[in-house]
Ligand binder design. Structure first.
Ligand code: ZN
Length: 250
């Protein structure tokens, strides 16, 4: 089966079950169900960042900006059914790896179809991080006194310049799952910046509802994706991405 026909199946599953899934997650943040289709059958552990992405890299933890704690990539998983995890998203990732191998970004560029697949893939990362932020307890706010009451609240409530209300967190979560059921990503095409890279390390940083930066050292390519912002031109997005990257890596 082709990537496209499996993605049709995924979109259909999401459209049918999205309300139920989000309602269950709001009721119980730790609920065990496929976060994409809501199924409770044949559940697997879906890595938030797939292992092939950081395979050769030894720095396998990421820092949660909100509370300064670190988390191991290989231990950070969410429940997803075998069909969503392996058959659908697994096939999408295998297809993308093949494209990353085949296209030399220094002299060429990805087709529009591939770019839309990359956007969808990055959107699945964003959604997974939102679910993860809901499931993780804050415990400690960077630079502040520990408060036992606040510490029990999900990290998701502490993102952005102002703390985020629960209703905002839940509507973001609904929105990011719904986004996965939208077929065309053409309206988002200026929101992705593709870089060629010669770094040998895997780099990743992410700001919920804002952006994702992911550098795939093995394939010599990096992506900066603005999850919400719309740009008039690729150049505009490029400058905005460079500004954030230089702040992050100083
Ligand atoms: Zn599923």
């Amino acid at each position: 089966m082709s990537v496209n026909s499996r993605l049709i199946a995924l979109r259909k599953k999401i459209r049918t079950n999205q309300k139920k899934i989000i309602d269950v997650l709001i009721e119980n943040h730790q609920a065990v169900l496929c976060i994409f289709c809501g199924s409770a059958e044949e559940l697997t552990r879906e890595h938030v960042i797939p292992q092939w992405v950081y395979g050769r890299c030894t720095k396998r933890t990421f820092i949660i900006n909100t509370n300064g704690s670190s988390q191991k990539y290989n231990k950070t998983t969410l429940p997803a059914c075998k069909d969503c995890n392996s058959h659908i998203l697994g096939l999408l990732e295998r297809h993308l790896k093949h494209e990353f191998d085949r296209v030399d970004i220094k002299s060429s560029s990805f087709t529009e179809e591939t770019t839309e697949f990359i956007i969808l893939w990055l959107e699945t990362l964003e959604y997974k991080f939102q679910v993860l932020d809901l499931r993780r307890k804050l415990n400690r706010v960077k630079g502040s006194e520990y408060s036992p009451y606040i510490g029990k609240m999900p990290i998701a409530m502490f993102q952005g310049p102002m703390d985020t209300s629960p209703s905002k967190v839940f509507s973001n979560l609904r929105g990011s799952l719904k986004t996965l059921s939208v077929k065309s990503k053409s309206a988002r095409i200026n929101s992705i910046v593709v870089f060629s890279t010669t770094n040998t390390d895997f780099h990743f940083f992410h700001s919920t509802n804002n952006f994702i930066f992911i550098e795939l050292a093995e394939f010599g390519v990096a992506f900066f994706y603005f999850t919400k912002r719309i740009f008039n031109s690729p150049e505009e997005a490029h400058s905005a991405a460079i500004e954030i990257i230089s702040k992050e890596y100083g």
